[in-house]
Design a protein around this ligand. Structure first.
Ligand SMILES: NC(=O)c1ccc[n+]([C@@H]2O[C@H](COP(=O)([O-])OP(=O)(O)OC[C@H]3O[C@@H](n4cnc5c(N)ncnc54)[C@H](O)[C@@H]3O)[C@@H](O)[C@H]2O)c1
Ligand SMILES: [Zn+2]
Ligand SMILES: [Zn+2]
Length: 369
């Protein structure tokens, strides 16, 4: 079928084109995209920090309505509302262990341009292949995806808000709920209060952490962090982070989530932990980090770990996050600003300059919640 898609062929480049999308195979699902989040990881492809085969249709936080399913698909049917997640193989050691975010094939499956069949369902009208991204390529009016990429969600919830639950929001909240697993009453710090950090912070509140400290360099973001559950905020341009965190927590923090990717911030995060403290790093940073192995990590028995996609199985965590959203415990709508599809460049610019936390592009303007 013919679809409209934003095709990227070079650095910071989008061109709306008519593409040809393959029909779903027996294990695939055709989804009409209603809306899609813009994630910082899309921007890392646009500035070529991470390579993908060009041309590509980016977008990996889609939400939409199932249009058609292949013959072997059992978990969704036409008309179902779905969030699109990342691709995982389902049979490596980590997938079998319930840690799809740690899938051994995560990078080739999501950044390699091809789906599980080793193909792309996207082609130009002259029959040239266009790479698929994260098994979905949601900067398009329709997507043909593997059944494992779709997560059925409650039809009562406004679908336009739910796409980011597939990546950025799942990453922050899953890292806290699945990987750090803080005990109620334990202290928690988030470095960077973008979509990932704020989601992690809201999850820390659900987990019963206290105090909850938010660190950023923008006061407007820290204001929102307070509204969403931070008990303390630190503008690291104005105050010394390590001193303040130790003042607030007494002995340093039990847990921290690092979303800036700035090596100096990661080091400050490690140094503001208490003995046996744990910090999870999730940002796509490109610079090296230098630390003292003994005084920073081994001596105080601290843990620095990298976490991908919140150590989560999307089918398990996303319905829970939707429920938290419905209950008012997880107000992701406060992070969001809607844009039209052709305002995609503005959406990326506003994310970069910090004026919008989570841009969401509306693909289907006829959708009514
Ligand atoms: N690991 C994963 O699976 C995964 C998934 C999704 C996103 N990510 C990555 O997570 C990171 C965060 O994503 P996001 O959408 O929240 O990005 P974002 O840019 O919206 O948020 C980053 C925040 O860090 C703050 N910041 C920047 N420099 C700082 C500094 N020196 N000190 C304190 N704060 C600082 C910014 O002001 C901003 O609020 C990105 O690198 C993204 O690519 C990783
Ligand atoms: Zn796997
Ligand atoms: Zn993402």
């Amino acid at each position: 079928m013919k679809i409209q898609a934003m095709v990227t062929t070079g650095v910071m480049d989008f061109e709306q084109q008519t593409l040809v999308l393959d029909e779903p195979k027996s294990d695939e699902v055709l989804v009409k995209i209603v809306a899609t989040g813009v994630c910082h990881t899309d921007a890392t492809i646009l500035d070529k920090s991470i390579p993908v085969p060009y041309p590509v249709v980016l977008g990996h936080e889609g939400s939409g309505i199932v249009e058609k399913v292949g013959g072997n698909v059992t978990t969704v049917q036409p008309g179902d509302h779905v969030v699109l997640g990342f691709t995982y193989c389902g049979h490596c050691d980590n997938c079998l262990d319930g840690n799809a975010g740690g899938c051994e094939s995560l990078l080739p499956l999501n950044f390699g341009g091809k789906n599980k069949h080793g193909e792309t369902p996207l082609h130009t009208e002259n029959d040239q292949d266009v790479s698929q991204f994260f098994g979905q390529s949601s900067f398009a009016t329709y997507a043909t995806v593997d059944e494992g990429n779709v997560i059925k969600v409650d039809k009562e919830i406004d679908l336009r808000y739910l796409g980011p639950l597939g990546c950025g929001i799942l990453t922050g909240s899953g890292t806290v709920l699945n990987s750090l697993t803080p005990e109620p009453g334990s202290s928690f710090v988030v470095f960077g209060t973008g979509a990932v950090g704020l989601s992690g912070m809201m999850a820390a509140k659900i987990a019963g952490c206290y105090p909850i400290i938010a660190v950023d360099i923008h006061d407007s973001r820290l204001e929102l962090a307070k509204e969403l559950g931070a008990t303390h905020t630190i503008n690291s341009k104005q105050e010394d982070v390590i001193t303040r965190i130790i003042e607030i927590t007494g002995k340093g923090a039990h847990y921290a989530l690092e979303t800036t990717g700035v090596p100096e911030v990661i080091l400050a995060g490690i140094r503001s932990l208490r003995v046996k403290g744990e910090i999870a790093a999730v940002a796509v940073g490109t610079r090296d980090l230098a630390l003292n192995v003994f005084t920073d990590i081994v001596g105080p028995a601290k843990t620095l770990k990298g976490v991908i996609e919140g150590d989560a199985v999307p089918q398990l965590i996303i319905p829970k996050l939707v429920q938290f959203f419905k209950n008012g415990q997880f107000p992701v709508d406060k992070l969001v600003k809607f844009y039209e599809f052709n305002q995609i460049e503005q959406a990326f610019a506003d994310s970069k300059n910090g004026s919008t936390i989570k841009p969401i592009l509306i693909l289907d303007k006829t959708y009514k919640a």
